[in-house]
Ligand binder design. Sequence first.
Ligand code: FE2
Ligand code: FE2
Length: 245
Amino acid sequence: MKNASVVLLRFILTPLSLYPLAASPHSPDTMAEQRYCLGSAIAMAPTIANPFPTIHLLKTPTRDSWVGEALADLDIILLDHSHCERKAAGVAMNLMFRYPSSEKLVYVLTDIAQEELSHFAQVNHWLAQRRVPLRQLPAPPYGAGLSRQVRKGEPERMLDSLLVAALIEARSHERLGLLASHCPEAKLAAFYRSLMASEARHYGAYWVLATTYFDRDLVATRLEDLARVESELLAMPYPAPRIHS
Ligand SMILES: [Fe+2]
Ligand SMILES: [Fe+2]
C-alpha cells in the first residue's frame, strides 16, 4: 500500500511543481508547504472494496452497486464520460474568463483545460472504435445540484466554484479508478487507469487553488458543507448508468 500511496502522490505533485506560484497572503509559500496541503487533503487508508487510497475530500465512497451498473453498459458510460471531459474543460475555461487577473489560477487552469480536452478527444476515439455515435445524453442531477450550491456574490462564488470543481474531479478520480480495476477489457481498463491519475492531479490542483485565495479554515469549513451535498446527490437514485450517478 505504501508504494501505491507514493505513486499517487507523485502523480498529484509532479505537475504542480511546474506551475508558477504567485505570492498571496494565503498561498502555500513553499513547495514543501504545498506538499503538506495536498497530503492533508488525501488519506492513505485503502478499503477492501476499493484498493485505492480513500479520498478525504469525499464524504462517502461510491456504493458497491455502481461498478456493476457501469460495466453493464460500457458504451453509455463512455458516452457520458465524453460529456464529462468536455464539461471539465469548460469549467476550467470559464474560471479563466471569470478571473483573468488571478495569475496562479490562470496558469494552473490553462494546463487543466488542455488536458481535459485531450481526454475528451481520447474518449471520443474509444467511442468511434466501438461505433458509438456522439449524441446528447440526459444528465444525472449531480452537476446541476452542485452548481446550485455555488453562491452568487464574490468572493464566495470563487471559493465555491473551486471546491465544487475539486469534488467533481475527486469523484471522477475515484470512479475511473473503480473502472480501471474492474473493467474486463484490458486496454480500456488501462485507459481508465491513465485518466484516473490525471483526475487525481486535477482535484489536488483545485484544492490548492482554493487555499491560495482563501483562508485554510474557511476552505475546510465550506468543503465540509459541499462534500456532504455531493454525497447526498449521489445517493439519489438515477435510472441509467452515469459516471456521476
Ligand atoms: Fe479529465
Ligand atoms: Fe479532470
